[in-house]
Write a protein that binds this ligand. Structure first.
Ligand code: CP
Ligand code: NVA
Length: 334
Protein backbone atom coordinates (compact mmCIF):
# COMPACT_ATOMS: atom_id res chain seq x y z
CA UNK A 1 0.00 0.00 0.00
CA UNK A 2 1.47 3.33 -1.05
CA UNK A 3 -0.57 6.51 -1.41
CA UNK A 4 2.23 8.87 -2.42
CA UNK A 5 0.89 11.38 -4.97
CA UNK A 6 -2.66 10.05 -4.77
CA UNK A 7 -5.65 12.37 -4.37
CA UNK A 8 -8.31 11.97 -1.69
CA UNK A 9 -11.54 12.94 -3.45
CA UNK A 10 -14.06 10.36 -2.25
CA UNK A 11 -13.98 7.13 -0.22
CA UNK A 12 -15.29 5.37 -3.37
CA UNK A 13 -11.64 5.37 -4.49
CA UNK A 14 -10.38 3.39 -1.47
CA UNK A 15 -10.80 -0.18 -0.21
CA UNK A 16 -11.78 -1.10 3.36
CA UNK A 17 -8.12 -2.02 4.06
CA UNK A 18 -6.95 1.36 2.76
CA UNK A 19 -9.53 3.19 4.89
CA UNK A 20 -8.30 1.19 7.93
CA UNK A 21 -4.76 2.25 7.03
CA UNK A 22 -5.76 5.95 7.23
CA UNK A 23 -7.51 5.33 10.56
CA UNK A 24 -4.51 3.49 12.04
CA UNK A 25 -2.15 6.20 10.84
CA UNK A 26 -4.42 8.87 12.38
CA UNK A 27 -4.34 7.01 15.73
CA UNK A 28 -0.56 6.82 15.57
CA UNK A 29 -0.23 10.54 14.76
CA UNK A 30 -2.69 11.39 17.56
CA UNK A 31 -0.62 9.45 20.11
CA UNK A 32 2.58 11.06 18.88
CA UNK A 33 1.11 14.57 19.13
CA UNK A 34 -0.18 13.95 22.65
CA UNK A 35 3.20 12.57 23.75
CA UNK A 36 4.98 15.63 22.33
CA UNK A 37 7.07 13.52 19.95
CA UNK A 38 5.90 14.53 16.49
CA UNK A 39 8.15 14.03 13.51
CA UNK A 40 8.01 16.70 10.79
CA UNK A 41 6.84 14.36 8.05
CA UNK A 42 6.00 17.13 5.57
CA UNK A 43 9.01 19.40 6.10
CA UNK A 44 9.03 22.36 3.66
CA UNK A 45 5.99 21.23 1.68
CA UNK A 46 3.70 23.98 0.40
CA UNK A 47 -0.03 23.38 0.59
CA UNK A 48 -2.79 25.49 -1.01
CA UNK A 49 -6.10 25.59 0.90
CA UNK A 50 -8.98 26.72 -1.31
CA UNK A 51 -12.21 27.56 0.49
CA UNK A 52 -15.27 28.58 -1.54
CA UNK A 53 -17.47 27.93 1.52
CA UNK A 54 -17.08 28.69 5.21
CA UNK A 55 -15.23 26.39 7.60
CA UNK A 56 -13.91 26.15 11.12
CA UNK A 57 -12.94 22.50 11.72
CA UNK A 58 -11.69 21.59 8.26
CA UNK A 59 -9.61 24.69 7.75
CA UNK A 60 -8.10 24.52 11.24
CA UNK A 61 -7.34 20.81 10.84
CA UNK A 62 -5.46 21.39 7.59
CA UNK A 63 -3.63 24.43 8.99
CA UNK A 64 -2.68 22.97 12.38
CA UNK A 65 -1.97 19.54 10.85
CA UNK A 66 0.32 21.03 8.21
CA UNK A 67 2.11 23.16 10.79
CA UNK A 68 2.58 20.14 13.10
CA UNK A 69 4.19 18.29 10.17
CA UNK A 70 6.51 21.15 9.13
CA UNK A 71 4.57 22.29 6.04
CA UNK A 72 3.40 25.79 5.07
CA UNK A 73 -0.13 26.62 3.95
CA UNK A 74 -1.57 29.38 1.77
CA UNK A 75 -5.25 30.08 2.47
CA UNK A 76 -7.16 31.01 -0.67
CA UNK A 77 -10.61 32.42 -0.12
CA UNK A 78 -12.37 32.27 -3.49
CA UNK A 79 -14.03 35.66 -2.97
CA UNK A 80 -10.57 37.26 -2.85
CA UNK A 81 -9.04 35.60 -5.90
CA UNK A 82 -9.95 34.87 -9.50
CA UNK A 83 -11.34 31.34 -9.15
CA UNK A 84 -14.50 30.89 -11.14
CA UNK A 85 -15.11 34.50 -12.14
CA UNK A 86 -12.00 35.64 -13.98
CA UNK A 87 -10.08 32.39 -14.24
CA UNK A 88 -11.20 28.91 -15.23
CA UNK A 89 -10.60 26.29 -12.56
CA UNK A 90 -8.42 24.22 -14.86
CA UNK A 91 -6.15 27.24 -15.38
CA UNK A 92 -5.99 27.87 -11.63
CA UNK A 93 -5.15 24.18 -11.21
CA UNK A 94 -2.23 24.39 -13.65
CA UNK A 95 -0.85 27.51 -11.94
CA UNK A 96 -1.09 25.98 -8.46
CA UNK A 97 0.45 22.81 -9.87
CA UNK A 98 3.62 24.79 -10.68
CA UNK A 99 3.92 26.29 -7.18
CA UNK A 100 2.55 23.90 -4.57
CA UNK A 101 2.96 20.30 -3.45
CA UNK A 102 -0.72 19.63 -2.71
CA UNK A 103 -4.14 21.31 -2.74
CA UNK A 104 -7.14 21.15 -0.44
CA UNK A 105 -10.48 22.23 -1.95
CA UNK A 106 -13.81 23.04 -0.28
CA UNK A 107 -16.54 24.22 -2.60
CA UNK A 108 -19.52 23.31 -4.67
CA UNK A 109 -19.41 20.64 -7.35
CA UNK A 110 -17.52 17.37 -6.93
CA UNK A 111 -16.44 17.94 -10.52
CA UNK A 112 -14.40 20.95 -9.33
CA UNK A 113 -12.25 18.85 -7.02
CA UNK A 114 -11.77 16.32 -9.83
CA UNK A 115 -10.77 19.10 -12.24
CA UNK A 116 -8.20 20.39 -9.76
CA UNK A 117 -6.68 16.92 -9.41
CA UNK A 118 -6.63 16.30 -13.16
CA UNK A 119 -5.02 19.59 -14.16
CA UNK A 120 -2.73 20.35 -11.20
CA UNK A 121 -1.30 16.81 -11.24
CA UNK A 122 -0.89 17.17 -7.46
CA UNK A 123 -2.52 15.26 -4.64
CA UNK A 124 -5.86 17.06 -4.11
CA UNK A 125 -7.87 16.62 -0.90
CA UNK A 126 -11.63 17.07 -0.79
CA UNK A 127 -12.49 19.37 2.12
CA UNK A 128 -16.27 19.16 1.31
CA UNK A 129 -18.33 19.49 -1.85
CA UNK A 130 -22.09 19.56 -2.37
CA UNK A 131 -21.93 15.81 -2.93
CA UNK A 132 -19.29 14.44 -0.55
CA UNK A 133 -17.26 15.06 2.63
CA UNK A 134 -14.81 12.16 2.89
CA UNK A 135 -12.37 13.58 5.46
CA UNK A 136 -15.28 13.99 7.88
CA UNK A 137 -16.11 10.29 7.53
CA UNK A 138 -12.57 9.28 8.49
CA UNK A 139 -12.89 11.35 11.68
CA UNK A 140 -16.30 9.81 12.36
CA UNK A 141 -15.01 6.25 11.95
CA UNK A 142 -11.96 6.89 14.14
CA UNK A 143 -14.28 8.29 16.83
CA UNK A 144 -16.53 5.23 16.60
CA UNK A 145 -13.52 2.93 16.95
CA UNK A 146 -12.45 4.84 20.06
CA UNK A 147 -15.89 4.76 21.70
CA UNK A 148 -17.56 1.52 20.60
CA UNK A 149 -15.99 -1.82 21.41
CA UNK A 150 -17.04 -3.54 18.19
CA UNK A 151 -15.38 -3.78 14.78
CA UNK A 152 -16.85 -1.28 12.30
CA UNK A 153 -18.57 -4.08 10.37
CA UNK A 154 -20.65 -4.90 13.46
CA UNK A 155 -21.77 -1.31 14.12
CA UNK A 156 -25.45 -0.33 13.69
CA UNK A 157 -25.24 3.18 12.29
CA UNK A 158 -28.32 5.38 11.85
CA UNK A 159 -28.13 8.68 10.00
CA UNK A 160 -31.32 10.69 10.49
CA UNK A 161 -32.21 14.03 8.89
CA UNK A 162 -31.51 15.43 5.42
CA UNK A 163 -30.94 12.17 3.57
CA UNK A 164 -29.41 13.48 0.40
CA UNK A 165 -26.79 15.98 1.49
CA UNK A 166 -22.99 15.59 1.38
CA UNK A 167 -22.82 13.94 4.84
CA UNK A 168 -25.53 11.38 4.13
CA UNK A 169 -23.78 10.50 0.86
CA UNK A 170 -20.29 10.37 2.34
CA UNK A 171 -21.33 8.25 5.32
CA UNK A 172 -23.25 5.84 3.08
CA UNK A 173 -20.18 5.41 0.86
CA UNK A 174 -17.87 4.88 3.85
CA UNK A 175 -20.29 2.54 5.62
CA UNK A 176 -20.78 0.39 2.52
CA UNK A 177 -17.00 0.05 2.16
CA UNK A 178 -16.56 -0.97 5.80
CA UNK A 179 -19.46 -3.45 5.80
CA UNK A 180 -21.54 -1.59 8.38
CA UNK A 181 -25.25 -1.94 9.04
CA UNK A 182 -26.17 1.55 7.83
CA UNK A 183 -29.54 3.28 7.66
CA UNK A 184 -30.63 6.66 6.35
CA UNK A 185 -33.89 7.70 7.98
CA UNK A 186 -35.44 10.60 6.11
CA UNK A 187 -38.74 11.59 4.46
CA UNK A 188 -39.30 10.32 0.90
CA UNK A 189 -38.74 13.84 -0.51
CA UNK A 190 -35.17 13.76 0.82
CA UNK A 191 -34.16 10.24 -0.12
CA UNK A 192 -30.60 10.07 -1.49
CA UNK A 193 -29.89 9.81 -5.20
CA UNK A 194 -31.02 6.37 -6.36
CA UNK A 195 -27.87 5.79 -8.44
CA UNK A 196 -25.66 6.40 -5.41
CA UNK A 197 -27.82 4.12 -3.27
CA UNK A 198 -27.55 1.36 -5.90
CA UNK A 199 -23.78 1.84 -6.08
CA UNK A 200 -23.42 1.65 -2.29
CA UNK A 201 -25.72 -1.39 -2.03
CA UNK A 202 -23.52 -3.05 -4.59
CA UNK A 203 -20.36 -2.25 -2.60
CA UNK A 204 -22.10 -3.49 0.58
CA UNK A 205 -22.81 -6.82 -1.10
CA UNK A 206 -19.12 -7.62 -1.22
CA UNK A 207 -18.23 -6.07 2.16
CA UNK A 208 -21.06 -7.83 4.02
CA UNK A 209 -22.72 -4.50 4.83
CA UNK A 210 -26.34 -3.53 4.71
CA UNK A 211 -27.82 -0.24 3.42
CA UNK A 212 -31.40 0.74 4.31
CA UNK A 213 -33.19 3.93 3.25
CA UNK A 214 -36.48 4.45 5.05
CA UNK A 215 -38.84 7.13 6.29
CA UNK A 216 -39.93 5.03 9.28
CA UNK A 217 -38.26 6.36 12.41
CA UNK A 218 -38.95 4.27 15.47
CA UNK A 219 -38.66 0.77 14.06
CA UNK A 220 -35.30 1.72 12.53
CA UNK A 221 -33.50 3.25 15.49
CA UNK A 222 -33.92 0.23 17.80
CA UNK A 223 -30.49 -1.18 18.78
CA UNK A 224 -28.63 1.67 17.09
CA UNK A 225 -25.01 2.09 18.22
CA UNK A 226 -24.75 5.53 16.61
CA UNK A 227 -27.35 8.21 15.91
CA UNK A 228 -25.90 10.77 13.52
CA UNK A 229 -27.48 13.94 12.21
CA UNK A 230 -26.45 17.01 10.26
CA UNK A 231 -27.91 20.44 9.54
CA UNK A 232 -31.23 20.53 7.65
CA UNK A 233 -30.00 23.20 5.25
CA UNK A 234 -26.49 22.89 3.88
CA UNK A 235 -24.09 25.63 2.80
CA UNK A 236 -25.07 26.89 -0.64
CA UNK A 237 -28.81 26.17 -0.19
CA UNK A 238 -31.26 29.08 -0.12
CA UNK A 239 -32.58 30.35 3.25
CA UNK A 240 -36.02 30.31 1.61
CA UNK A 241 -35.99 26.54 2.06
CA UNK A 242 -35.97 26.68 5.87
CA UNK A 243 -39.77 26.49 6.24
CA UNK A 244 -40.29 23.51 3.94
CA UNK A 245 -37.25 21.72 5.41
CA UNK A 246 -38.52 22.25 8.99
CA UNK A 247 -42.00 21.03 7.99
CA UNK A 248 -40.48 17.89 6.47
CA UNK A 249 -37.84 17.14 9.08
CA UNK A 250 -39.32 18.12 12.46
CA UNK A 251 -40.37 14.49 13.18
CA UNK A 252 -36.74 13.50 12.46
CA UNK A 253 -35.23 15.78 15.12
CA UNK A 254 -32.79 14.02 17.45
CA UNK A 255 -34.30 14.45 20.92
CA UNK A 256 -34.59 12.50 24.16
CA UNK A 257 -37.54 10.45 22.88
CA UNK A 258 -35.54 9.34 19.84
CA UNK A 259 -32.49 8.44 21.92
CA UNK A 260 -34.69 6.42 24.30
CA UNK A 261 -36.25 4.61 21.33
CA UNK A 262 -32.79 3.19 20.52
CA UNK A 263 -33.12 1.00 23.66
CA UNK A 264 -29.36 1.19 24.01
CA UNK A 265 -28.14 3.26 26.94
CA UNK A 266 -24.69 3.43 25.34
CA UNK A 267 -25.88 4.77 21.96
CA UNK A 268 -23.56 7.54 20.75
CA UNK A 269 -24.83 10.81 19.34
CA UNK A 270 -22.67 12.23 16.53
CA UNK A 271 -22.82 15.36 14.35
CA UNK A 272 -20.20 16.74 11.99
CA UNK A 273 -20.89 20.29 13.35
CA UNK A 274 -21.71 23.12 13.25
CA UNK A 275 -25.06 22.24 14.90
CA UNK A 276 -28.23 24.20 15.64
CA UNK A 277 -29.04 22.95 19.12
CA UNK A 278 -29.93 26.25 20.82
CA UNK A 279 -30.61 29.94 20.13
CA UNK A 280 -26.94 30.99 20.45
CA UNK A 281 -26.33 31.41 16.72
CA UNK A 282 -27.63 34.00 14.25
CA UNK A 283 -29.58 31.34 12.37
CA UNK A 284 -30.77 29.64 15.57
CA UNK A 285 -32.11 32.97 16.85
CA UNK A 286 -33.77 33.72 13.53
CA UNK A 287 -35.45 30.29 13.42
CA UNK A 288 -36.68 30.79 16.99
CA UNK A 289 -38.21 34.15 16.07
CA UNK A 290 -39.82 32.85 12.86
CA UNK A 291 -40.89 29.34 13.89
CA UNK A 292 -40.70 29.27 17.71
CA UNK A 293 -38.13 26.43 17.70
CA UNK A 294 -35.34 26.62 20.28
CA UNK A 295 -33.39 23.82 18.55
CA UNK A 296 -33.44 22.44 15.04
CA UNK A 297 -31.86 19.09 14.09
CA UNK A 298 -30.89 18.14 17.68
CA UNK A 299 -32.09 19.34 21.06
CA UNK A 300 -29.67 20.95 23.47
CA UNK A 301 -30.40 18.16 25.95
CA UNK A 302 -29.04 15.49 23.58
CA UNK A 303 -26.21 17.64 22.22
CA UNK A 304 -24.92 18.35 25.74
CA UNK A 305 -25.96 14.97 27.16
CA UNK A 306 -23.95 11.90 28.13
CA UNK A 307 -24.47 10.10 24.82
CA UNK A 308 -22.91 12.93 22.81
CA UNK A 309 -19.36 12.51 21.51
CA UNK A 310 -19.38 15.46 19.12
CA UNK A 311 -16.25 17.19 20.43
CA UNK A 312 -14.15 14.01 20.35
CA UNK A 313 -15.38 13.71 16.76
CA UNK A 314 -14.38 17.31 16.02
CA UNK A 315 -10.89 16.77 17.49
CA UNK A 316 -10.43 13.73 15.29
CA UNK A 317 -10.78 15.91 12.19
CA UNK A 318 -7.24 17.08 12.95
CA UNK A 319 -5.68 13.64 13.35
CA UNK A 320 -7.44 12.09 10.34
CA UNK A 321 -6.77 15.04 8.02
CA UNK A 322 -3.15 14.91 9.09
CA UNK A 323 -3.12 11.20 8.19
CA UNK A 324 -4.48 11.98 4.72
CA UNK A 325 -1.82 14.65 4.16
CA UNK A 326 1.02 12.45 5.41
CA UNK A 327 -0.10 9.33 3.49
CA UNK A 328 -0.41 11.14 0.15
CA UNK A 329 2.43 13.65 0.45
CA UNK A 330 4.92 12.16 2.91
CA UNK A 331 4.40 8.43 2.59
CA UNK A 332 8.12 7.64 2.76
CA UNK A 333 8.29 9.37 6.16
CA UNK A 334 5.55 7.33 7.80
N1 CP B 1 -17.58 19.47 10.00
C1 CP B 1 -17.01 20.41 9.24
O1 CP B 1 -16.63 20.19 8.06
O2 CP B 1 -16.88 21.60 9.84
P1 CP B 1 -16.42 22.98 9.19
O3 CP B 1 -17.52 23.39 8.22
O4 CP B 1 -16.30 23.93 10.32
O5 CP B 1 -15.13 22.77 8.47
N1 NVA C 1 -24.09 19.37 5.19
C1 NVA C 1 -23.31 20.43 5.78
C2 NVA C 1 -22.02 19.90 6.31
C3 NVA C 1 -21.17 20.91 7.01
C4 NVA C 1 -19.90 20.36 7.54
C5 NVA C 1 -23.04 21.51 4.74
O1 NVA C 1 -22.66 21.18 3.62
O2 NVA C 1 -23.25 22.68 5.05
Amino acid sequence: MNFQGKSFLTLKDFTAEEIEFFLDLASKLKIEKKSGKQKKRLQDKNIALIFEKQSLRTRCSFEVGAHDMGAQVTYINSSECHIGNEEALKDTARVLGRMFDAIEYRGFSQRNVETLAKYSKLPVWNGLTDEDHPTQVLADFLTIKEHIVKPLNKVNFVYIGDGRNNMANALMIGASKMGMNFKIITPKELFPDSNLVAECKNIAKSSGGNITISEEIYENVKNADVIYTDVWLSMGESDDLWKSRIDLLMPYQVNKKLIEACENKKVKFMHCLPAFHNKDTGIGKDIYEKFGLSAIEVTDEVFEGENSIVFDEAENRLHTIKAVMVATLGFDNI
